[in-house]
Design a protein around this ligand. Structure first.
Ligand code: UDP
Ligand code: MG
Length: 320
């Protein structure tokens, strides 16, 4: 099991301020891991330049020239964190046995890597880094993040609570992951779909080492919305449920209108107008919900996600 090649994939968008420090710490970490024979000396860190507008790519090239532990790829333009990360993971898996993804800003505790590798050696194929507390985050970030995870759960999306994209995945998982062809990426929700033995590692989240967050509120909201609409048909179900409720209410209102009419307490036409408003609205909402159900089905079909992944085949074992 020992001496596996590890690649650490780090997406970078305008990160020239932090890259030097990140490189220093990653170098130390990789060297100690190599020395203690936990990973092969072919292991590397791979920077993914996500179409940065500053000197990030030049810096990455410089680091690559100087340090044999560092390599990089560059995207043709800014495609966003999730796409950059995917590009990195899919490239790294060609060279590595196991890949860890982490942010460039050193917010994720780099020391959690040791524990991740240990868990990998004890048989885990995916190890999720989970923030044990968010004391160091700003109040705003902490609160929005918590609302985000709770809301995701409510909307029926299965995510590991407080896990961002700091995660170890084996080559095997990444090979299977390649079959998830969807375009709207929400990686932290997709990896649990792959399955296999997994575990979590807890770590303290630090402040950003330097520079500003590349995830302004607008991007964050987009990301959350992507997560919900890519993983859950619950919003459509809500429309359907609302339709059913309004339809039921309309029957009660119809009865009420009839009673009021029979008691002779209405003006001409009132019963008809009020009754039809409710009935028609109910039927409309119900119809939209039903159409939505079909659209939801079409949506999940178009994703062409793998229907199953075999983890072990005893037939193969015999041969091997
Ligand atoms: N990032 C990226 N492309 C983008 C935005 C961000 O590759 O369009 C990278 C960024 O360089 C960092 C990581 O994604 O390594 C996380 O971004 P950031 O730290 O700004 O997000 P936050 O921690 O504030 O949520
Ligand atoms: Mg960050």
């Amino acid at each position: 099991m020992k001496n596996k090649v590890l690649y650490v994939v780090v997406p970078c968008y305008n990160e020239e301020e932090v890259l030097e420090e990140t490189t220093k710490r990653l170098k130390e970490k990789l060297n100690t891991l190599i020395k203690s024979k936990k990973i092969s000396n072919k292991s590397k860190a791979m920077y993914v330049n996500d179409g940065s507008k500053d000197n990030t790519w030049e810096l990455i090239k410089k680091i690559n020239k100087k340090e044999k532990l560092f390599t990089g790829i560059s995207l043709s333009r800014n495609r966003g964190h999730q796409n950059a990360l995917l590009a990195g993971l899919m490239t790294a898996k060609n060279y590595a046995d196991v890949v860890i993804s982490m942010d460039a800003d050193l917010q994720d505790d780099i020391n959690a890597i040791d524990e991740m590798i240990d868990k990998y050696h004890s048989g885990c194929e995916i190890v999720y880094g989970v923030r044990s507390s968010r004391k160091k985050d700003t109040w705003f970030k902490r609160t929005t993040a918590q609302v985000f995870y709770k809301f995701m759960k409510f909307m029926g999306v299965d995510v590991v609570y407080n896990h961002a994209d700091y995660r170890l995945t084996s080559k095997r998982v990444l090979d299977e992951f390649e079959n998830y062809k969807e375009v709207n990426l929400f990686l932290r929700g997709m990896f649990p779909l792959v399955g296999f033995k997994w575990d979590v590692v807890y770590y303290e989240r630090h402040e950003r080492f330097a520079g500003e967050s590349k995830y302004p509120l607008k991007k964050m909201l987009n990301f959350a919305w992507d997560g919900i609409t890519s993983f859950s048909v619950r919003p459509i179900r809500l429309v359907l449920n609302l339709g059913i409720i309004i339809f039921l209410v309309s029957i009660i209102i119809l009865l009420y209108c009839l009673i009021v009419k029979l008691l002779g307490k209405t003006v001409t036409g009132w019963t008809f107008i009020v009754g039809s408003i409710w009935l028609v609205a109910g039927i409309q909402m119900l119809s939209i919900g039903i159409i939505g159900e079909y659209i939801g089905k079409i949506y999940s079909e178009t994703k062409r996600r793998p229907r199953y992944i075999i983890s072990e085949n005893l037939e193969e074992l015999k041969k091997g």
